[in-house]
Design a protein around this ligand. Structure first.
Ligand code: V47
Ligand code: SF4
Length: 385
């Protein structure tokens, strides 16, 4: 690929015209952008879309990650987190650990608990429900974003009940929304190489479909930088865009950079900062019906995540304490950032930090006692998705 795309290239000119006019990009446009357009041109176009929607606002939230168990029946080749029950590093949290961790996060002013883990074959559905109930009963004000579609699909398989019933139980226990994990790459050939057996793309979408119909909002991800090619990434984004046209329940898209250390794919080099920025920009350009693109600093590193705020991203995620999935796979980022550190990253990027809750409503803090908060109005985009 040349260092800079030729501005006179008619394919680029057509895409630029579509972006300026707010028109939808096609699969071919996406492929051309991914394969042939330099990072700065991508960034310039994506930033136009980002600023049209959010101006200089950049969101963050105050949250805790809880990974209740790393025991997992599946063996995704990209995963360094999972363990067999008899492995020395296998763990499952008990009620006391959940209480202690959430109490600490609550004392620090967290508004969200993000819960994902492995699929523990010895745990019944009730155990997963109780993880949610334990948190919700003690701290009903905290938003619980929990269990990916891979887990929800496993619950349906275990209980032989439809997703609708599963969501009724989880919502009753305190579930507030769904995280975006488990998407990886939807293309079946890629999926069979990196995560065969676990929920396929249809099942992943069926779960989100049912979640949106049950009134839940959810996120979506894409794991890039392993065996996939440009055509698989663009196909992935278009499948998400199609689903969003149908149900409109996705809030945020999070491109996830593959971390190879301690995985079965450790011969593949980690994606470069350049690739990370390209993926943020490509996502912003293709996902015209998603409000938010998240630069997840835990996995991008603070510097790339900060730069991503000029390449299409409008959200840095959060304070994130106790993250395990990426750190097991070699992430060298800290396990958490303070609100002051997030503010500095955002302000230095020329953006205005806005604390949001999980549903992108403004969080209003008591000035004298900032750990006390209440939820304000949703932050409306300058132009609709
Ligand atoms: O599904 C696992 C990914 C996901 C590795 O919704 C890896 O706000 C890179 O769901 N290298 C789980 N990625 C994490 C997740 C998530 C994360 C941040 C924000 C949100 C949100 C959701 O982590 C898995 C998989 O795609 N993953 N191992 C790895 N070695
Ligand atoms: Fe299990 Fe999730 Fe790891 Fe796959 S990515 S092995 S489902 S914990």
């Amino acid at each position: 690929m040349p260092a800079f795309a030729d501005p006179a290239d008619p394919r680029l000119q057509t895409i630029e015209a579509k972006v300026h006019a707010g028109e939808r990009l096609s699969f071919e446009d996406g492929l051309f952008l991914d394969e042939s357009v330099d990072v700065l041109t991508l960034g310039r176009l994506a930033n136009e879309v980002r600023e049209r929607r959010w101006g200089d606002v950049a969101f963050y939230n105050t949250n805790l990650h809880l990974n209740p168990t790393n025991v997992c029946i599946y063996r995704c080749k990209f995963c360094a987190f999972r363990a067999d029950l008899r492995d020395e590093r296998a763990y499952t949290v008990d009620e006391k650990i959940i209480h202690d961790r959430v109490a600490e996060a609550q004392r620090k002013g967290a508004t969200e608990i993000h819960v994902v883990g492995g699929l523990h074959h010895k745990k019944k559905f009730d155990w997963y429900v109780d993880v949610i109930r334990t948190i919700h009963d003690a701290w009903p004000e905290l938003h619980i974003k929990a269990w990916t579609p891979v887990e929800i699909h496993w619950f349906a398989h275990m209980t032989k009940k439809p997703y609708e019933w599963i969501f009724e139980q989880l919502i009753d226990a305190g579930l507030g929304s769904l995280p975006g994990g488990g998407a990886e790459i939807f293309d079946p050939e890629v999926r069979s190489q990196i995560c065969e057996h676990k929920a396929d793309s249809k099942q992943w979408f069926d779960v989100h479909d049912a979640a949106h119909r049950a009134g839940l909002r959810s996120n979506a991800t894409m794991l890039y930088g392993h065996v996939e090619q440009a055509k698989h990434r663009v196909d992935h984004l278009i499948r998400l865009r199609d689903q969003q046209d149908k149900t409109g329940g996705f809030q945020t898209f999070i491109p996830l950079a593959f971390h190879p250390e301690n995985t079965k794919l450790d011969h593949i080099p980690k994606p470069s900062g350049m690739t990370d920025l390209r993926m943020i920009a490509l996502s912003r350009l293709m996902l015209d019906n998603f409000d938010h693109i998240k630069a997840y600093w835990i996995m991008l590193g603070e510097k790339t995540a900060q730069t991503a705020l000029a390449f299409g991203a409008d959200d840095l995620d959060g304070t994130v304490v106790h993250e395990e999935i990426y750190h097991d796979a070699g992430a060298t980022t800290p396990e958490g950032l303070t609100v002051e550190q997030l503010h500095r990253l955002i302000r230095e990027a020329g953006r205005e930090p806005v604390e949001r809750d999980t549903l992108y409503r403004r969080v209003l803090r008591d000035e004298a006692e900032p750990v006390k908060w209440r939820v304000g109005e949703p932050v409306a985009p300058l132009t609709a998705a």
